[in-house]
Design a protein around this ligand. Structure first.
Ligand code: AR6
Length: 171
């Protein structure tokens, strides 16, 4: 089944869903943007688990396009799914890696039994992906996913990004 898609403006750290997706980096040890906000609001339990993942399953970091879950600490969600989007590159098509970050997040959500999942606009901030294209890939990938997740909420931080996701969701 493909999930119902909702778009809205907001702060993903306040979203009440089973799992929130973090636009992380391979190191899994925090950063700026939505990653920084999730670790700040979620507290040290998230970083503790991330360090454990680095010491165990992912000694070289989580590869681009992959996702892994931890506790959500003090956030209203139950889990954080850390997904690594690609850095945008003009001369190389990395769309498959951006699609993979969404697809793998939903696969991890299925493993957890999450039914509601919130995504930020992965790669569309510090990683520089042009927003309309990032929105199109996000919506197309979620629509095409075969998952038990019932609702996907795209939680967008500003009006321009929200407008791009609304436009993608209308097509
Ligand atoms: N809730 C929802 N969206 C947010 C929030 C928030 N609290 N904060 C920012 N955004 P980015 P990326 C939006 O840069 O491009 C980090 O350092 C933001 O406005 O967070 O995948 C990581 O550690 C933008 O639209 O993620 C990586 O190193 C979107 O979230 C790198 O940045 C994604 O922007 C990942 O870069």
């Amino acid at each position: 089944m493909s999930p119902q898609i909702r778009t809205g403006r907001g702060d993903i750290t306040e979203t009440e869903v089973d799992a929130v997706v973090n636009a992380a980096n391979s190191a899994l040890l925090g950063g700026g943007g939505v990653d920084g906000a999730i670790h700040r609001r979620g507290g040290p339990a998230i970083l503790d688990e991330c360090r454990g993942l680095r010491a165990g399953r992912y000694p070289d970091g989580l590869p681009t396009g992959r996702a892994v879950a931890t506790t959500a600490g003090d956030l209203p969600a139950r889990w954080v799914i850390h997904a690594v989007g690609p850095v945008y590159a003009k001369r190389e098509d990395r769309s498959h890696l951006l699609a993979s970050a969404y697809r793998e997040s939903l696969r991890v959500a299925d493993e957890l039994g999450a039914r509601t999942v919130a995504f930020p606009a992965i790669s569309a901030g510090i990683y520089g992906w042009p927003v309309p294209d990032a929105a199109r890939i996000a919506v197309e990938t979620v629509r095409a996913a075969d998952t038990a997740v019932e609702v996907v909420r795209f939680v967008l931080f500003d009006d321009a990004v929200l407008a791009a996701f609304e436009a993608a969701a209308r097509t």
